[in-house]
Design a protein around this ligand. Structure first.
Ligand SMILES: Cc1cc2nc3c(=O)[nH]c(=O)nc-3n(C[C@H](O)[C@H](O)[C@H](O)COP(=O)(O)OP(=O)(O)OC[C@H]3O[C@@H](n4cnc5c(N)ncnc54)[C@H](O)[C@@H]3O)c2cc1C
Ligand code: SF4
Ligand code: SF4
Ligand code: SF4
Length: 376
């Protein structure tokens, strides 16, 4: 079976199929909602079935959540650049010399790219959650290269990305450590690109960085956005429209509305997310395998960990529960989308009750500015 016969709405865009095809018969195509999908070139396809075999839609083994997890915050300096409690910098600091990691950074054009990094001093480029679907088409070849050199690869990814990587590298699994980020869903990369171009036009300068959860003073608990521009200026937004639309599921990938991984059964060695409601600015960590347990032991001197029962975790973190999202808002958003005015389209699509949220954000901003008037 090749991937053309699979349910397209379940395709997560992991591109394990493209990496697995030895005949270059799979290309990618952008859908009307701005996501990349694989496409089989019938003339090149030799019907070997390999793409269908690696595709996680056909099922990857999932593991049941254990009885407890942990929360903690990285004690190192780099924590200011992390979105949550800094599990990522803690792991990079603890990994041995024959190791590298795979993570997501911004390209010069401000697209999210997942790649292997062999230089740990580049860590800062990968810190911070980029709430947009990352391009992972080349990461398989990069991981393969490192594994062939005998390196250990610490792969940080969303559950469906982990599923693709795990399925593709089954035989080399010993050298791979899979760190699974809890996931609300991924927004459209083409929509985000339009949003960035619109901000650049308004600002009159090229964007060089975007932080969805600017952390200083707030420990990442509020979604304060910071855009940095080539002219050396920054713009901080306390009530960012794009983030509001993301959290209200207006432009997620179709597979995210019925996510196969939004369940209490997981796919990675170590689960990482926000410890919402448990500890401000801390990360939640749940080891799923022996590798996950070893990793916790390795980072615990850098990140003191406190145990927490799993029932409490599933109560506080929605991404650990089996939840289906309502796609009706997305349908309406894209049918009304004005591609030249993405920000206005998002504002129009947000419920009027969002006004309350904006009012609250303004009050928070005033409180925040007053509290930090000497350090800003
Ligand atoms: C799209 C998305 C949705 C998320 N939804 C939830 C959620 O609902 N609940 C929850 O508890 N946590 C969620 N997270 C995870 C959370 O935002 C933090 O990324 C996570 O807790 C790690 O925090 P940290 O401080 O250890 O990482 P940081 O030091 O901030 O580093 C960020 C890590 O995230 C990776 N990353 C950044 N952007 C992406 C991306 N687009 N795709 C894949 N990997 C990326 C980086 O490679 C790096 O490893 C989500 C993350 C993303 C990217
Ligand atoms: S069936 Fe084989 S040749 Fe055809 S697209 Fe899939 S992997 Fe490539
Ligand atoms: S889920 Fe991944 S492997 Fe399957 S068709 Fe989609 S991109 Fe290919
Ligand atoms: S919600 Fe599910 S399908 Fe969507 S990005 Fe997250 S893990 Fe993948």
């Amino acid at each position: 079976m090749n991937i053309a016969e699979l349910d397209r709405s379940a395709c997560t865009g992991c591109f394990a199929c493209m990496a697995a095809c030895k005949f270059d018969a799979i290309t990618s195509r952008v859908s009307p909602d701005g996501f990349f999908y694989p496409e089989v070139n019938a003339e090149r396809c030799r019907a070997c079935g390999r793409c269908g075999e690696v595709c996680p839609i056909n099922g990857v083994p999932l593991l049941a959540l254990p009885k407890s997890g942990f929360y903690g915050t990285f004690q190192g300096e780099g924590i200011a650049y992390s979105s949550s409690g800094g599990v990522f910098p803690a792991i990079v600091a603890a990994m041995g010399p024959d190791s590298c990691f795979a993570g997501v950074c911004w390209t010069e054009q401000m697209t999210a790219l997942q790649r292997v990094e062999t230089d740990p001093s580049q860590l800062g480029r990968y810190q911070g959650s980029k709430y947009v679907q990352a391009d992972m088409r080349n990461v398989y070849a990069q991981i393969q290269e490192q594994l062939c050199h005998g390196k250990k690869v610490f792969y940080f990814g969303l559950p469906c990305q982990i599923a693709g990587v795990r399925s593709f590298f089954e035989s080399k699994a010993d050298q791979l450590v899979l760190i699974e980020l809890l996931c609300h869903g991924v927004p459209s990369p083409v929509l985000f690109a339009r949003y960035v171009r619109e901000l650049e036009t308004r600002h009159g300068s090229r964007m060089t960085d975007f932080s969805f959860r600017f952390r200083p003073f707030t420990k990442g608990t509020q979604f304060i956005a910071k855009a940095s521009y080539a002219d050396g200026t920054d713009a901080i937004e306390y009530d960012n429209d794009y983030t509001a639309g993301f959290l209200r599921d207006l432009y997620l990938r179709d597979s995210c509305y019925h996510c196969a991984y939004a369940t209490d059964r997981r796919v990675g060695d170590l689960i990482v997310g926000d410890a919402w409601g448990v500890q401000e600015g801390a990360s939640l960590l749940i080891p799923m395998t022996e590798k996950g347990n070893d990793l916790l032991t390795a980072i615990s001197p850098l990140m003191p960990l406190t145990e927490i029962p799993s029932e409490e975790l599933t109560m506080t973190n929605g991404a650990l529960r089996t939840e289906q999202k309502d796609p009706s808002g997305k349908k309406e958003f894209f049918s009304n989308l004005d591609e030249e005015h993405v920000i206005l389209s998002i504002r129009n699509a947000l419920p009027k009750s969002n006004f309350k949220g904006k009012l609250y954000a303004r009050m928070e901003k005033a409180r925040f500015m007053h509290a930090h008037r000497n350090s800003l």
